[in-house]
Design a protein around this ligand. Structure first.
Ligand SMILES: Nc1ncnc2c1ncn2[C@@H]1O[C@H](COP(=O)(O)OP(=O)(O)OP(=O)(O)O)[C@@H](O)[C@H]1O
Ligand SMILES: [Mg+2]
Length: 237
């Protein structure tokens, strides 16, 4: 079993979008921290900035100012080889739209990020089978994503995000297209992935996830575009 010791600390984060003459600030001086082994929920209505925040944590979107520290690495302002290394080794992302490759079977899909991170074909393949078994798909390794249910595709997307053993795992609306039986399975999976020591940050407007979280960031739309939205932090025990 992999041991994880990575914490996340966000301080005074500001993210702006510029569209023509308009500047909006969906993330306005947000601060929070998460320890290894915890699940943080970004909870709030459509447009409050959940995907924006996840994109910054994954170093897919630059922040205007502030700080995101992941295991001692400052992510804001990362560039070049250090940015690539962070994306490949430190963070796994489960996108809302899954982004699975239709022409590849499940094993090949899960091999993609590992190959990008430098793993050999043989090692990546063995590891892909192991993580797919971990998410309950051992019997479907040679299927293509279109031959799976929504819940199963969600699990493949999670397996792919797990494949590089990244200590920070981000998931965007992981229950959006699932019925309540599938939701229960995915929630238990996310909880156990956190319990193993990862830092999980999950965006959702689904209240069913609340009991599974160690910490809830209640994000809400607040005011007009120039003042942006504010996030209020609730710590629930
Ligand atoms: N590329 C962009 N350019 C300009 N504005 C954007 C861009 N992406 C998002 N926004 C705006 O930023 C705000 C936050 O968007 P974001 O996608 O982070 O919300 P969200 O909480 O993930 O919503 P949802 O629950 O619908 O996924 C919204 O007002 C949105 O219109
Ligand atoms: Mg979103």
């Amino acid at each position: 079993m992999h041991a994880f010791h990575t914490s996340l600390a966000v301080h005074d984060l500001v993210v702006e979008y510029t569209t023509g003459p308009f500047v909006s600030r969906p993330i306005d001086r947000l601060s929070f921290a998460a320890r290894p082994g915890t699940l943080t929920l970004l909870h709030g209505p459509s447009g409050c900035g959940k995907t924006t925040l996840l994109s910054c944590l994954g170093a897919l979107l630059p922040a205007q100012s502030g700080s995101i520290v992941v295991g001692g690495t400052e992510v804001v302002g990362l560039a070049g080889a250090a940015l690539a290394a962070y994306r490949r080794h430190r963070v796994g992302i489960v996108f809302q739209a899954f982004n699975l490759v239709g022409s590849l079977d499940l094993v090949e899909n899960v091999m993609v990020p590992q190959r990008a991170a430098g793993a050999s074909r043989r090692v990546a393949k063995e590891h892909a089978k192991a993580v797919l078994a971990r998410v309950g798909l051992a019997d479907h390794l040679r299927r293509r994503p279109t031959e799976l249910s929504g819940g199963q595709q969600q699990r493949v997307a999670i397996a792919r995000a797990l494949a590089t053993d990244a200590p920070l795992l981000l998931a965007d609306e992981p229950t959006a297209h699932l019925d309540h039986i599938q939701v229960a399975g995915v929630l238990q999976l996310l909880r156990s992935l956190a319990d193993e020591g990862r830092v999980l940050v999950v965006a959702t407007h689904d209240d069913r996830l609340l009991p599974f979280a160690d910490q809830v960031l209640d994000m809400h739309r607040d005011g007009i575009e120039h003042t942006g939205h504010a996030a209020r932090q609730l710590v629930r025990s």
